[in-house]
Ligand binder design. Structure first.
Ligand SMILES: Nc1ncnc2c1ncn2[C@@H]1O[C@H](COP(=O)(O)OP(=O)(O)O)[C@@H](O)[C@H]1O
Ligand SMILES: [Mg+2]
Length: 235
């Protein structure tokens, strides 16, 4: 379980997160939704040690993460699929996948993980020898998720997986996130501006507004909430 308590983060004098407390359980899909600038990426980057909080704690399976460097946090089994995908565009699809397994030494396990990613994404298998920058936006997002899965994570963090994708591709990405939950039993934290999609698959979700947690509840309850409908769902 991931437990974040009273987390506050600054960039210089800018306070990006203010006293945020959230929990991500060992099973299911969790979501953080909110507008651009709400502090979503800051939250996810603080979990993996890329942003150092001003105060508060982040505990994973009882261990404090805020004192660990990013590579140690990754070794604990937390994988990040970053905002904007950040795939390595000039190398092949397969090389991108290998890059995701850099914490693993056992060649057999790495090969098994490749097969397992190919099973999840047949398109990625078909295109494994292609230079990654030539993939479509949706395929690049699948590759980014596949790369994150290469480390055999115990917790998957996804930062705006639907960003910049056509609506039918967005559907596909969210179906994949559900599949990872149902078939691989990997818990995930999905950060999204696309509130409707994220809430519709989330077991439990948090709403952020300018750095603060303003609402929380099951995905289903938040989808029904008048406040959420008015502010985020264009109702
Ligand atoms: N590297 C940075 N330097 C200064 N301010 C930043 C930096 N990254 C984010 N911010 C600011 O922190 C706030 C939260 O940003 P961010 O976490 O990226 O929000 P979100 O992911 O929800 O769009 C915003 O006001 C943003 O401008
Ligand atoms: Mg962001």
């Amino acid at each position: 379980m991931l437990r974040i308590e009273h987390l506050t983060c600054h960039y210089g004098v800018i306070r990006a997160l203010n006293d945020v407390t959230i929990t991500v359980g060992d099973e299911g899909i969790y979501a953080v939704v909110g507008a651009n600038g709400a502090g979503k990426t800051t939250l996810i980057n603080s979990i993996v040690g890329l942003v150092r909080p001003t105060s508060g704690s982040i505990q994973y399976q009882g261990e404090e993460l805020t004192v660990l460097p990013p590579h140690e946090i990754i070794k604990r089994g937390i994988a990040l699929c970053p905002e904007g995908r950040k795939i390595f565009k000039t190398v092949t699809v397969l090389e991108n996948l290998y890059a995701g397994a850099y914490t693993l030494k056992d060649k057999k396990i790495i090969q098994d993980n490749i097969e397992s990613v190919f099973e999840l994404f047949p398109r990625i298998k078909e295109r494994q020898k292609q230079v990654a920058g030539t993939l479509s936006g949706g395929e690049q997002q699948m590759l980014a998720i596949g790369r994150a899965l290469m480390s055999n994570p115990k917790l998957l963090l996804l930062d705006e997986p639907s960003m910049g994708l056509a609506p039918f591709v967005v559907d596909l990405v969210f179906e994949t996130i559900e599949k990872i939950h149902l078939e691989r039993k990997i818990p995930s934290l999905v950060i999204e501006q696309n509130s409707e999609m994220a809430l519709s698959i989330a077991k439990y979700a948090y709403v952020f507004e300018v750095g603060s947690l303003t609402l929380e509840g099951t995905g289903a309850d938040l989808l029904q909430s008048e406040e959420v409908k008015r502010k985020y769902l264009g109702a």
